[in-house]
Design a protein. Structure first.
Length: 306
């Protein structure tokens, strides 16, 4: 009996050691304030990344909610052009992480600055592909950038993610039926912009992959590929109170692309179920805001693609 108990304990211990969450977490002393989102951005740039967005959210928090719980709360997005192009050719849905999110935050009165990014395994899970060398190369370069920017940081993994059976990427399709693709793209963008504002979404940045990612490779499978960064302040503000590490998912990236051999335009974004699962968002107010955002986002994409 004792032998059996020992074996069970050993197996449970092995499971605990192997369990890991979906987020890389960094924590570093920043009492002197010398580490900033700008110094972190420079480290990414020195490792081959481009900065798509570097937005301080404390000011918008104070304007809309009259206060901020954070001295620093920055949503940064970065991309590595050559590797991201390789990734898109493996699976077009990978564009939901081009650019990828970097959450940077430090609470009021706290001496520690924190950074969160998704693991390559988590990205693969969300996209719906097997983890691959390209994802791992991007992850390695991102970790190297953060280690250089935060040389004395403590690096950990987030808690094991919650189980989630719903689709982790929400997609809609606009059938062209022979219509001009460029005209349809322009109309979609106009309708998206018109649909987001009334529901409280803002679009702080856009990326045209023709200029930033895709090259003159004759094997480029896309006629066009764009992504829009989408934010909703109540979501970020409310979730940050209990799970600021979820900033790695914000802003949400909406991909819009057309393959050369297809008569359709695909739109998609990482569902809020990823926030609930990977960041273990269990606060009821935060869950309510996230699920409302998912419903509103879906209604907009449904309207523009019908």
């Amino acid at each position: 009996m004792k032998k059996l108990l020992t074996v069970v304990i050993a197996l449970l211990s092995a499971v605990v050691l192997q369990a890991k969450g979906d987020l890389h977490l960094f924590a570093v002393d920043n009492a002197n304030g010398k580490i900033t989102p700008q110094t972190i951005a420079k480290a990414f740039e020195s490792n081959g990344f481009m900065i798509a967005l570097n937005n301080d959210m404390t000011r918008p928090f104070k304007i809309q909610f009259k206060k901020s719980d954070f001295e620093i709360f920055t949503l940064m997005t970065v991309y590595e052009p050559k590797l991201d192009y390789k990734l898109l050719k493996i699976d077009a849905k990978a564009g939901v992480f081009v650019p990828m999110g970097v959450g940077i935050y430090q609470r009021n009165g706290e001496k520690t600055l924190h950074v969160s990014i998704l693991t390559s395994d988590a990205q693969a899970k969300i996209i719906g592909i097997k983890s691959n060398d390209v994802l791992k190369q991007i992850e390695a370069k991102a970790l190297k950038s953060l280690e250089e920017a935060l040389p004395k940081a403590k690096q950990t993994m987030s808690e094991d993610s919650l189980k989630e059976s719903r689709n982790l990427v929400t997609t809609y399709v606009y059938e062209l039926d022979g219509d001009d693709a460029d005209e349809a793209r322009d109309e979609l963008k106009m309708n998206l912009e018109g649909g987001f504002a009334p529901k409280g979404f803002i679009m702080p940045a856009t990326m045209d992959f023709d200029n930033d990612i895709l090259d003159d490779d004759p094997k480029n499978p896309f006629e066009f590929y764009e992504s829009y960064s989408i934010c909703k302040l109540p979501v970020i503000y409310t979730v940050a109170k209990s799970r600021p590490e979820a900033a790695a998912f914000a802003p949400c990236t909406l991909m819009v692309y057309k393959k050369k051999d297809e008569d359709k335009i695909v739109l998609g974004f990482p569902a809020v179920y990823n926030w609930l699962s990977s960041a273990k968002v269990e606060d009821e107010a935060a869950k309510k805001e996230l699920l409302k955002a998912q419903k509103d986002f879906e209604s907009i994409l449904k309207d523009v693609t019908e």
